[in-house]
Design a protein around this ligand. Structure first.
Ligand SMILES: [Zn+2]
Ligand SMILES: [Zn+2]
Length: 246
């Protein structure tokens, strides 16, 4: 499996850290996780053919995770009118409601060629060969953390506070993409700090964590050390266009 980080930052990050987005590839099947502002441009910069992406997962509706989704659908429609009918989108329990709220402002291009929408109901869904397990994480009422498998397994925390109930979802994953928004002394609820990431990684028996969703206040050269203090596994600090083969 190949992972490309499209966005390792947040809304207020500098230009080299785009808001959230991750592209997974296995045997020429592509899965896009989250689409913050700028993800379309990131895909174009890496010369990705947008029509090759058939599956999308949206973790929650904060704009740094979903604001490029409708623009992405329009882009595909303009390339090929029927393109979105072969697309599946998995997302929070209120995914259809979110879509419906946008339909009135869009034309027939969206109404007449809607992608297949799969709202979170049961824990496991299959999108092509991708198996997605999801769990509400409490960041917002609809927010999900994910475990994505296709040969190899990736845990994606998305935005979340430290939550014990996510440990089984993350346990023994080949790679865990974990948000680490702010340093310990600037802890806010709904997000994780370096110490919380290390406790979580130890409890989930993780060997390899990829740190992402990094706010400028946490973005210092010692970030890796601050996590590695309590965690013996491999710590990778996320960067846009970082590619990892699993
Ligand atoms: Zn959020
Ligand atoms: Zn976020």
């Amino acid at each position: 499996m190949k992972l490309t980080v499209l966005g390792s930052g947040t809304m207020i990050s500098p230009s080299w850290r785009n808001p959230a987005g991750y592209l997974l590839e296995q045997n020429d099947e592509f899965l896009l996780i989250d689409m913050g502002p700028g993800i379309i441009r990131q895909l174009k910069l890496m010369q990705m053919d947008l029509l090759k992406i058939n599956h999308i997962v949206i973790s929650h509706f904060h704009l740094d995770h979903c604001s490029d989704l409708l623009a992405f659908l329009m882009n595909r429609f303009l390339l090929q009118e029927s393109a979105n009918q072969s697309l599946t989108i998995f997302g929070p329990h209120n995914l259809k409601k979110w879509f419906n709220s946008h339909l009135q402002w869009q034309g027939a291009w969206l109404k007449n060629a809607l992608p297949e929408l799969i709202p979170f109901k049961k824990q496991t869904v299959n999108l092509g060969n991708w198996e997605i397990m999801a769990e509400n994480n409490g960041h917002t009422t609809e927010s999900l953390s994910l475990r994505v498998s296709n040969g190899r397994t990736i845990f994606y925390s998305s935005d979340t506070d430290y939550q014990e109930n996510l440990i089984p979802l993350a346990r023994d994953a080949d790679l865990a993409i974990i948000e680490c928004s702010l340093p310990d002394h600037l802890k806010v609820s709904g997000h994780m700090t370096p110490t919380e990431v290390s406790i979580f990684a130890n409890k989930a028996n993780l060997q390899r964590v990829l740190i992402s969703h990094i706010y400028p206040q946490n973005d210092s050269p010692d970030l890796k050390q601050r996590i590695a203090r309590e965690f013996d596994g491999e710590v990778i600090i996320g960067n846009d266009f970082l590619t990892i083969y699993l």
